[in-house]
Design a protein around this ligand. Structure first.
Ligand SMILES: [Zn+2]
Length: 148
């Protein structure tokens, strides 16, 4: 969401609609957890044996290019030409955030090591974890260790 805000610069009122759409796109990826779990249970969605398909980073350029092709074929309005880029940036931002903990899953080639934590700060929207309390403990522990 904020990644897109940085890209477009939030100059006019309609930009907030775009940012909201970007936030939706960035969040909607996690719906695949529930599809893979076959349940609406949060516990089931978070304890999957494998990562769900929208968390495969290879899907991002494929989906963005497919969307661009569909928009070209159906001659959709030029005012929506930003949509493939928005999808690309929103999903990449989500993958980077997830990748801090789990690495990137680049199917069918495998997965990378967890991404360096500083990468989260390249995007202000990613400067948080899935569990802020846990992160606060880690950061606090780091401060304590550094001061000892
Ligand atoms: Zn995710």
């Amino acid at each position: 969401m904020w990644s897109w805000a940085i890209v477009i610069g939030l100059r006019k009122k309609s930009d907030f609609t775009e940012v909201t759409l970007a936030g939706f796109l960035s969040s909607v990826i996690d719906v695949d957890h529930f599809f893979l779990a076959g349940s609406l249970s949060l516990k089931a969605a978070l304890t999957l044996p494998r990562r769900p398909i929208l968390h495969c980073s290879t899907v991002i350029p494929v989906m963005a290019l497919t969307l661009k092709l569909i928009m070209h074929l159906f001659r959709l309005k030029d005012s929506w030409c930003f949509l493939p880029w928005m999808l690309f940036i929103s999903w990449t931002s989500h993958h980077v955030r997830d990748g801090i903990r789990h690495g990137l899953w680049i199917c069918p080639f495998g997965k990378t090591a967890p991404l360096p934590y500083w990468l989260a700060f390249m995007d202000p929207a990613n400067g948080r974890s899935d569990n802020p309390g846990e992160e606060a403990v880690k950061i606090h522990s780091g401060i304590l260790q550094a001061s000892q």
